[in-house]
Design a protein around this ligand. Structure first.
Ligand SMILES: Cc1ncc(COP(=O)(O)O)c(C=O)c1O
Length: 391
């Protein structure tokens, strides 16, 4: 083998085979500080402890119709994961949120998924986390392959996996140690089953490979396996919020017998919201059709995304963007609107009360307001004309 110089190596790298490039829409490596779209350049340093020790955490969130779903909830969970492994992002949480929005927007597709990875960072091949001077942050937007509508009508299958649920302290944190999850998924695929269910040491149902499970029992209650050996899903917790006035909900240890005798069994997770499990270990669940509660939860989650998803625009020229500066001093741009508090505050730039509150929470001051004030001073704000109340 020859030893190449940098230029030759770079060329060879670009020529190397790289499956999956069609899936990648845009990506951001915090060290680099700019967004890329050529997936061949989406590479991680081998000596990032995230890569060779699994010393990192992650989140996956989706956007549909250029609306990011549950950004706040994912960031909240990521903070918890970070605390559990004594990690901090290399920038503020506000900047991390903005990077997610920016990368999703740069992907230039209305629908997709965003993966955020926070790692201990490059620095060596040891174990000692203090070997890495600066944490790493990688954000990628990639294509989402939605299940066909027929799958939601027909329902899916599930099986008990031979892989035990992770220990509580690992299962409740979204770390990059997903080997058990991978093996569960592999087992299901090899058995031509859609989803694997894992159980904890006490024989209680924990979760799927990357989804939560919920049941509807004979009494019509939504039964959720306690999150003792499972990740608290952002989707399931949002579903709980959305149905809590309509039906009794209980969190409890769930045995395999309860799965067999449930009225409904559903998988709940970011990419598909909720889908009915109609066969478990080759046996039908109730009438082997997706049930009404599953369908209702899916519809509520879909409506919720439309109502509360964080809007990002495809074309920056049509909507004046804000800007952010990462800690390495490089500037990024963002433009967003929406959120649960969707009263428009600035009619020129489309900012809502919720945007400004989130921005203030994330930054300790409102960078949006500062931007609007600066634009106003430069004569760029026409809220007095555009806002019917003349604000
Ligand atoms: C192990 C595990 N359980 C449950 C979930 C569901 O969480 P969410 O609803 O936030 O997608 C995930 C998500 O990826 C997961 O990895």
């Amino acid at each position: 083998m020859r030893v190449a110089d940098s230029q030759e190596y770079l060329q060879a790298l670009l020529d190397a085979i790289r499956p999956g490039t069609d899936e990648v829409l845009a990506f951001y490596d915090h060290r680099v500080g700019v967004i890329g779209t050529d997936a061949k350049l989406m590479l991680m340093p081998w000596d990032d402890h995230l890569v060779h020790r699994g010393d990192g955490v992650f989140e996956s969130l989706k956007f549909e119709g250029r609306k990011l779903y549950q950004l706040d909830a994912h960031i909240r969970r990521m903070k918890i994961s970070c605390q559990a492994i004594h990690l901090e992002p290399p920038c503020s949480w506000g900047e991390l949120a903005e990077a997610i929005v920016e990368v999703a927007r740069a992907g230039n597709e209305p629908n997709g998924l965003v993966r955020v990875l926070l790692g201990r960072g490059p620095g060596g091949f040891g174990l000692d986390p203090y070997e890495s001077p600066v944490q790493s942050m990688y954000v990628v937007a990639y294509r989402m392959h939605k299940r066909p509508e027929a799958a939601f009508e027909k329902g899916v299958s599930a099986m008990r996996t031979s892989i035990p649920a992770k220990q509580s302290w690992m299962a409740t944190v979204k770390t990059t140690n997903y080997l058990p999850n991978v093996l569960m998924k592999r087992e299901a695929v090899n058995n031509r089953v859609d989803f694997p269910f894992c159980y904890d040491d006490n024989g209680f149902l924990a979760e799927g490979a990357t989804e939560n499970v919920a049941l509807v029992d004979d009494a019509g209650r939504l039964v959720i396996p306690e999150f003792t050996n499972a990740l608290a899903g952002t989707t399931l917790m949002r579903a709980v919020d959305l149905v809590k006035g309509d039906m009794p909900i209980i969190f409890k240890g769930v045995t395999e017998d309860e799965v067999y005798t449930a009225r409904e069994v559903m998988m709940v997770g970011t990419s598909f919201d909720a889908i009915g499990v109609v066969r478990y270990n080759n046996k039908p669940i109730f009438d082997a059709r997706p049930g009404p509660v599953t369908k209702k939860i899916r519809a509520l989650l879909q409506a919720d995304l439309l109502k509360s998803g964080l809007v990002f625009y495809a074309n920056e020229r049509n909507h004046a963007p804000g800007s952010f500066h990462s800690r390495n001093g490089r500037a990024g741009r963002f433009c967003f609107q929406g959120g649960s508090m969707d009263t428009l505050v600035c009619h020129c730039f489309g900012y809502t009360r919720g945007d400004i509150e989130r921005d203030a929470l994330a930054h300790g001051r409102s960078t949006i307001l500062e931007g609007i004030v600066a634009e106003k001073a430069a004569g760029g704000c026409q809220c007095a004309v555009k806002n019917p109340t003349g604000r």
